[in-house]
Design a protein around this ligand. Structure first.
Ligand SMILES: *[C@@H]1O[C@H](CO)[C@@H](O)[C@H](O)[C@H]1NC(C)=O
Ligand SMILES: *[C@@H]1O[C@H](CO)[C@@H](O)[C@H](O)[C@H]1NC(C)=O
Ligand SMILES: *[C@@H]1O[C@H](CO)[C@@H](O)[C@H](O)[C@H]1NC(C)=O
Ligand SMILES: *[C@@H]1O[C@H](CO)[C@@H](O)[C@H](O)[C@H]1NC(C)=O
Ligand SMILES: *[C@@H]1O[C@H](CO)[C@@H](O)[C@H](O)[C@H]1NC(C)=O
Ligand SMILES: *[C@@H]1O[C@H](CO)[C@@H](O)[C@H](O)[C@H]1NC(C)=O
Ligand SMILES: *[C@@H]1O[C@H](CO)[C@@H](O)[C@H](O)[C@H]1NC(C)=O
Ligand SMILES: *[C@@H]1O[C@H](CO)[C@@H](O)[C@H](O)[C@H]1NC(C)=O
Ligand SMILES: *[C@@H]1O[C@H](CO)[C@@H](O)[C@H](O)[C@H]1NC(C)=O
Length: 748
């Protein structure tokens, strides 16, 4: 079995695993029909259909979609009954309701790249920017930022937030082709569209808060004296307060985020003229590139120089793996910042227990503690018993998290104390409540059992420093990359724990609809929050380097990231956070970049089992260059892609030696520069050797690019082990750091 077939076999297994997981589903009808995406590759140039809205008649591309589909409809129905949406502005394809047989027939037809079900996905002060060392921009930079447009794929926007005021903003850049549908925009938020089940024209208003939170993290203006009920007081701002926002609402309260809507948003956003796409939508596992709307969409975005920054995923606790792994998009892990929210309960015996929550309710003083008779704080379990005015003690329910929202509030409790895993984030509840560890919970129970009148006081939350930050968040989905083991994912990490940002007053700050509170700013946690930090940093770099490619911007962010604190097993953490923590200020002046063109990604896709026919459809026939056999190919391995990090999966206990060819481009202030190499080993005891040749790079006006080869050799003794190092190029002014990570599969 050659390397190619091993790779394909793994992909097949992994595809099954994805569809078997319960968190992703597709809708199916009574005749076994369901919604599919039919991906046809690039737009037939040059006369692509750039109209922003379909008009009365069919465009020629839409007519072609209908013709193609009519060829497989054998049940008397017509394409016009089946097609939900045509993609025709930035990429070619359509969404349609089909039977499985029809989908299979289409997949075999000439001109079709892939056919896959449209699934549903989850969404899962800014002190954080100060923590990252990004200063508030001076006036002249705000003007540069004004030319940068960020597309937010999220739950819409609450435009009345002071974070989105357009005071002092000029009109949108003249190249902007976007529109505001069913929404009045301003000069800060210059585009707004909504997509639901293929329907457009609905309101892009944010009814959930999530979209306003992420948008203000990317590009909210500086707003002073922001807090959540007096907590976390400070200035809230985005990375690029002067930049413009365009909103693509693809996620809904009552339906998640659908593949076919996500692809429609990419189709529009690229043609509208966004520079950066911020994509805080996650799956439990990744998908094969051309069966995933975000990989397809971000590929076409890359062709237009648009950077897509996406969440790595929130399934670290439940064994999921990093998603959004295509090499032409950033996958962003979440880590902590230097602030924590803690809350205390004081028991009647004087004992104080410190837990976590974001609790701004007045203290609940000396109230009776009650253990639920059914042993659960679920809403149904509390019915009929008298917990009114008491503090409920809620044991762990689903293994790691207790939902203390609905039950205690419905039962009229005065507060709740829940047992959970040692939490690394604090959450907002609709009543005075906190989460404590299981041993602390047992201590509270022992006290409650020891007296006939157990009482406790739940205080208000206060903030504390967190000297260990940044630490990778436990929920952040780890690598390895299940699709292409040679591409290190996540790429880097950004703040994603307890982030305060704008909120929509149409939604309560906790996830309980019965919570009556309404706020302008709220605190939230997830890779949904870390992604917009990276999107903002990408926009920041783009604002000063308008002509940089997607790969150059990704490289600048990755090679300047700060290696993170690594308590515990140092190596494994490289698969958790990639290159380390985002450093936007350094990313602006990275010294050297690892660039990659569309052709380089195509060469990499050739190593992944795609053939010239398929690749020609995706990019147009002339650029494709897969060589004929699996031997002596232009790119022998995906590790040959000029990526700013290096990774490999190897066999346990076997010697390996791998070569990574790389080329760097000098983007420093002077055309002449000399860089010397050093290798940093995470753990010198590891059986790893890294050789770089040449180990000095000299740049001048004639030689802006220099190539070198990194040879990594050694042995990884056991399954499930990760060993790592870093190759760093330095000219004494810049440090250009690439993580090198070698790992073995775990046994399970
Ligand atoms: C605007 O959005 C609302 C809410 O989504 C919807 O009910 C209404 O039909 C939309 N209006 C138009 C003109 O499409
Ligand atoms: C900040 O906001 C708080 C609460 O909204 C208010 O009481 C206080 O006066 C404000 N402080 C300033 C300096 O505006
Ligand atoms: C709670 O009860 C304790 C013991 O009776 C008492 O010392 C304390 O002052 C009470 N706290 C409040 C806030 O009422
Ligand atoms: C907790 O319960 C509330 C009310 O039933 C629900 O809306 C929310 O989604 C639940 N949260 C989690 C994390 O399960
Ligand atoms: C305390 O009481 C609860 C409920 O009656 C019981 O389940 C638990 O085992 C007791 N815990 C301790 C530590 O005594
Ligand atoms: C390319 O791959 C597709 C899908 O696997 C296959 O149908 C086609 O025959 C292949 N073409 C060539 C030239 O190998
Ligand atoms: C592809 O090549 C043909 C013939 O060499 C040329 O006429 C055509 O313009 C090229 N198309 C593109 C998209 O470069
Ligand atoms: C690949 O195959 C085509 C036709 O099958 C042939 O014309 C071409 O020379 C081959 N290229 C290489 C690099 O072998
Ligand atoms: C692996 O490499 C080590 C160190 O170079 C060498 O001593 C050993 O013989 C090699 N083992 C095999 C199986 O090649």
């Amino acid at each position: 079995m050659g390397p190619l077939s091993i790779c394909l076999l793994l992909l097949a297994l992994f595809t099954e695993r994805v569809s078997a997981s319960g968190s992703i589903f597709s809708r199916s009808g009574s005749n076994g029909e369901q919604d599919y995406i039919v991906y046809l590759g690039h737009l037939p140039s040059p006369e692509s259909d750039t109209s922003s809205e379909p008009d009365e008649g069919l465009s020629s591309l839409e007519a072609a979609h209908h013709d193609l589909l009519n060829q497989v409809l054998d049940d008397g129905s017509y394409a016009s009954d089946r097609i939900i949406r045509s993609y025709k502005r930035s990429l070619n394809g359509f969404a349609a309701r089909l039977t499985e047989q029809q989908a299979n027939k289409l997949a075999d037809m000439e001109g079709v790249v892939s056919v896959f079900p449209s699934r549903t996905h989850e969404l899962q002060t800014t002190r954080s920017w100060d923590f990252l060392g990004l200063p508030q921009p001076p006036q002249e930079e705000l003007a540069l930022e004004g030319d940068v447009i960020i597309g937010m794929f999220d739950t819409g926007i609450w435009l009345d937030s002071p974070s989105f005021s357009d005071e002092g903003f000029g009109p949108p850049p003249s190249r902007w082709k976007g529109i505001c549908q069913n929404f009045t925009c301003n000069n800060k938020v210059i585009g707004a569209r909504a997509y639901q089940n293929g329907v457009t024209g609905l309101s892009p208003l944010d009814e959930m808060g999530h979209g306003s939170h992420t948008a203000s993290t990317v590009a909210g203006r500086a707003v002073g004296n922001v807090s959540f009920g007096g907590l976390a007081v400070g200035v809230a701002r985005g990375a690029v307060p002067g930049a413009r926002l365009a909103v693509y609402k693809v996620c809904w309260d009552d339906g998640g985020c659908l593949d076919m809507d996500i692809l429609a948003a990419f189709d529009d956003a690229i043609a509208d003229g966004v520079d950066v796409i911020s994509f805080s939508i996650v799956t439990r596992f990744p998908f094969y590139y051309f069966k995933s709307p975000q990989a397809i969409g971000s590929f076409h975005a890359m062709r237009h120089g648009v950077v897509t920054s996406a969440s790595a995923g929130n399934s670290g606790l439940s064994g999921g793996r990093v998603c959004n792994v295509a090499p032409w998009m950033l996958s962003v892990a979440a880590s902590s910042i230097d602030r924590r929210f803690v809350d205390r309960v004081v028991l009647g015996n004087g004992k104080t227990i410190v837990g976590s929550s974001v609790n701004t309710f007045p203290p609940v003083n000396n109230v009776t503690l009650a253990f639920p008779i059914d042993g659960s704080c679920g809403p149904d379990d509390l019915v009929g018993d008298s917990y009114k005015g008491k503090i409920l003690l809620c044991p762990v329910e689903d293994g790691f998290r207790t939902n203390i929202s609905a039950g205690p509030l419905l039962a009229g409790a005065a507060g709740a104390i829940a047992a959970g895993i040692a939490p690394d984030a604090a959450f907002i509840y609709p009543l005075p409540a906190l989460v404590v560890s299981e041993s602390q919970f047992d201590e509270i129970l022992a006290y409650a059992n020891s007296t006939s009148d157990p009482v406790g006081t739940i205080e208000r939350t206060y903030t504390m420093g967190n000297a260990q930050a940044p630490i990778a968040a436990s929920f952040s989905s780890p690598g390895p990359n299940l699709v292409t083991p040679e591409i290190l994912k996540p790429d880097l990490s950004a703040p994603g724990v307890d982030i305060i940002a704008a909120w929509s007053p149409l939604s309560p700050p906790s996830d309980d609809p019965k919570d009556q509170r309404r706020v302008q700013y709220s605190i939230n946690t997830g890779t949904s929050m870390s992604c917009p930090h990276a999107s903002g940093a990408a926009a920041y770099v783009k604002s000063v380097h308008r002509d940089w490619s997607t790969a150059m911007i990704m490289s600048a962010l990755i090679t300047t990231a700060t290696p993170m604190n690594t308590p515990g097993n140092a190596g494994t953490n490289d698969l958790k956070y990639g290159a380390g923590q985002l450093n936007p200020t350094k990313a602006r002046d990275p010294g050297l970049v690892y660039d990659a063109s569309e052709g380089d990604y195509i060469a990499m896709l050739c190593t992944q089992g795609y053939n010239a026919t398929q690749l020609a459809l995706i990019v147009g026939s002339n650029t494709t260059a897969c060589s004929n056999g699996s031997t002596s190919t232009a790119a022998a391995s995906a590790g040959d892609l000029n990526y700013p990090s290096m990774a490999a999966r190897v066999e346990p206990g076997k010697n390996f030696s791998l070569a990574f060819p790389r080329t760097v481009t000098n983007v420093g202030a002077g055309v002449a520069a000399v860089y010397d190499m050093k290798v940093i080993f995470t753990d010198p005891a590891d059986n790893l050797a890294v050789a770089v040749a040449p180990c000095r790079l000299e740049f001048n006006a004639q030689t802006p690019k220099v190539s070198f080869t990194v040879t990594v050799s050694g042995m990884v003794p056991v399954a499930g082990q990760v060993i790592s190092a870093a190759v760093v190029w330095s000219d004494n002014e810049h440090e250009v750091r690439s993580p090198v990570v070698v790992y073995t599969d775990s046994d399970d």
